[in-house]
Design a protein. Structure first.
Length: 241
């Protein structure tokens, strides 16, 4: 489904990603892990069209998307959540998801009331229908995470990029979020590329793990192989461990 080929990007004199290649197959859950500053979110931003790579190519369902604007990438079927939630804080939960419904699909003739009904469906799915008239600024962190998930799903993605959805959640909330993501994958048939620092969660959820360090891919494989890789242990804990 997604094919990343030799992607590199420079920010001035900083080499943020260097010759990174990997793929994500349809219906897979692929984890993207690495220490802080490894380039994980930069890769997400490149896939979504926020950044344009210095070199390399990207293909989605066989079509090159390397230099396509982010709005067109969304309409092709790639959506995302953010490490730090970025809702429309001055909008209600419902209005924020309505915006995703109207802008995530090429449906210029859809009326606002129909978009509201569809947005309500996604809010109900993530357990926020009762909060539909609340301003996003009044929601707690777990609710903001679920609002982001609802908004991303409302664009009807084929590939969903998750950026540290467990950050800041307590263990009970993390398990609830994991169950919600599994339900979304099953109900909507989305493929997942997932950045996560909570190793217990990503090792349970992912079928395959890609590891970045200092902008380079240093390992790739099934979770049980990755957790035993000395390079991964050193990247996270340091050589003396």
């Amino acid at each position: 489904m997604l094919d990343i080929q030799n992607i590199g990007i420079n920010f001035g004199g900083l080499r943020a990603l260097d010759d990174v290649s990997f793929s994500v197959g349809k219906d897979e859950v692929v984890g993207l892990i690495g220490p802080n500053g490894a380039g994980k979110t930069t890769m997400m931003n490149i896939i979504c069209g926020v950044y344009r790579p210095t070199e390399g190519k990207m293909f989605f369902e066989g079509n090159e998307i390397t230099r396509i604007p982010s709005d067109r990438i969304c309409r092709l079927g790639i959506s995302r959540t953010y490490q730090i939630p970025q809702p429309f804080y001055a909008m209600t939960a419902l209005a924020g998801v309505v915006t995703a419904v109207l802008n995530g699909k090429k449906r210029p003739h859809m009326c606002f009331s129909d978009a509201g009904l569809e947005a309500s469906y996604y809010l109900e799915f993530v357990g926020l229908f009762s909060k539909r008239d609340e301003l996003a600024s009044n929601l707690n962190l777990y609710e903001l995470r679920m609002l982001e998930l609802a908004r991303a799903l409302a664009t009807t993605p084929k590939l969903l990029l998750l950026d540290e959805v467990m950050a800041g959640l307590n263990p009970v909330e993390s398990e609830r979020a994991l169950e919600m993501i599994w339900s979304a994958q099953e109900q909507f048939g989305v493929t997942l590329l997932w950045i996560e620092h909570v190793m217990k969660i990503i090792m349970k959820a992912a079928q395959r793990i890609v590891v970045l360090q200092y902008g380079k891919k240093i390992a790739e494989g099934p979770p049980e192989q990755i957790v035993r890789d000395p390079r991964i242990i050193e990247a996270y804990l340091g050589g003396k461990h």
